[in-house]
Design a binder for this molecule. Sequence first.
Ligand SMILES: C[S@@+](CC[C@H](N)C(=O)[O-])C[C@H]1O[C@@H](n2cnc3c(N)ncnc32)[C@H](O)[C@@H]1O
Ligand SMILES: [Zn+2]
Ligand SMILES: [Zn+2]
Length: 616
Amino acid sequence: MTRLHRTTLLEAGFPWQELRDIARREGTVKPAIYSMHRWWARRSPTLFRFILAASALAPGQADQLGNAASRTDLLSDSVVLDPFVGGGTSLVEATRLGAKVVGYDIEPLAGWITESELASFGSTVDWEPLDEVIEAARSEFSKYYPAPTGWQVLHYFWVARISCNSCHRSFDGHPSAVLARDLGRGYMVGICRYCSRLHRVDPDRRRIDCECGGRTTLDGRTAGLGAVACPHCGFEERLTDTTSRAGRIPFRLFAKELISKHDPNHRRFANATRTDHRAYDSAAAALELERDLSIPNGAIPPGRHDGRPQIFGVTSWRQMFNCRQLLHHATVRGQFRRLPDPVRRYAQLAFSESLATNCMFCFYSTDYRRIAAAFSIHGYMSVARPVELNPWVDGSGRGTLLNCIKKVRRGVDSVGSLSPAKQHIYVRSSEHMRELKDASVDLILTDPPFYHDNLEYDRLAGFYSSWGDEILKPSTGSPLQLSNGEGEFARRLADILRECSRVLKRDGIIAFTFAHARASGWNALDEALSSCGLSLTAAIPVEAEGSNGFHSHPGNLKWNGLFVCRKGRPEMEFDPAPLREAMDDIALSDADRVNLARALAVARKHASKARGANGR
Ligand SMILES: C[S@@+](CC[C@H](N)C(=O)[O-])C[C@H]1O[C@@H](n2cnc3c(N)ncnc32)[C@H](O)[C@@H]1O
Ligand SMILES: [Zn+2]
Ligand SMILES: [Zn+2]
């Protein structure tokens, strides 16, 4: 890349509106490589690729952007750095364009995921050793998931067993009386509130009369996933309150969903039988006996914003699973560990990805009739009626081990024919990037954590990491988003930006996103920019990930500023038009408008050369 102080398309004439539309169309369906393992705040891959491509083009070349963004040699002479790699989007996209990539993240899981995504480029994996292990384990485990001939268990349903705080009788704590509903096939599965027997009824039925003598109203009302209602007296309580008075809540297996081996569309619900209980008990007994299995025994670190999951009595990682799940996970993990490279890495990735759908924090979505993974809404929510997936079901069933392996294989296959990545990923804070020489990087593209990010990557990642101690590199230090006050955040961000400036080549470019719902967050950025030796050459509005709010910053902002900076004070005129155009968009929320106005103010102040005398 020959740039030498010439303005780039990223800094003048970047077609942000067209890219917004492209990224919107891409939506949540991302390329297969990003489905290998969950990460929480992934940026739009297309947007990142176009940003990278625009840094290699001149201002008048907007019409060549699409073409440039698909050239595998576009950045082949460049080094691209991301000091906060997260799920790896920037570096994966830079690799597609042929760059040499370097990344830092303080979170070991992020480092491992990114390194694995990059390792897939150009790799040929022999899957046979994995297939063999899977076949053996599958038959070994089949006794723990018994089913009638021609059928397989897909889901087991568990329910909290509670003693009522009002009438003092015991009951199964169902959050709602409807387990599943299929309007297409015209049925609904109701649960007797007294004995938990299942009743298959018409979807418009209002009531079930059970052979136990109990009568249940099917009003579709839900006490809430983490709340339960006593069938005897109607007393409602949140699980957290139940726990604080009665201790950790036991769960009882009451039903299952079966899937036909011949026709995956054919499924049925059934009450749990003695055989089901015996199978579970024998898994629990095997877990007792297997002294060699290694199971995480660490404590879950306390949350900073709420007391979950400790407030419902779950204090250690192992308590997030039932005995059958622990036996399964520990066995599989041990076997995967002995696989040869490189298939071992991908098996371990699939195993890790399967954890969030194979734990007791999953619930069943009534209308979609499928499992919702732990953390699918946010953080650690309590689930009164957890669902346990049979990890050995193939094809159907979201998040079974076999399906996670398929996802990883698809990810690897999707980039296997491309050139291998030239990558270095370091698990540590980017405050000191001592592996990097002065003036050695062409381009930095990053998405820093925002101050007081209420997304606790470290605590969510801990769930996966508790099973990955032998794979993940250790890390020390505290994440930037958890800085102790805005002053510390600004100082640390400035340190990192200064490090970025040090490693950037003389004509290098750094582009980073930023948003904050409060003025104080912007003050922190202002302060950091004042002392890092960088000046701003462009500010572009970019849409943040997720209407799902997972790229969560306080105030639920949908827009971020993308700040483009250079070293020193190059003669480049800052153009406020893109931010202004976005602010004129009538579809903008008030919070977003204020946010972009603040972005513009900070941008003007730190512009390398402001347009006009008064900065307008
Ligand atoms: C917003 S995420 C990056 C997401 C990424 N752009 C993606 O598309 O997946 C920010 C990352 O910064 C990391 N981080 C926080 N403090 C850090 C520090 N001091 N040094 C390096 N990484 C840090 C967090 O662990 C998190 O993974
Ligand atoms: Zn009661
Ligand atoms: Zn009943």
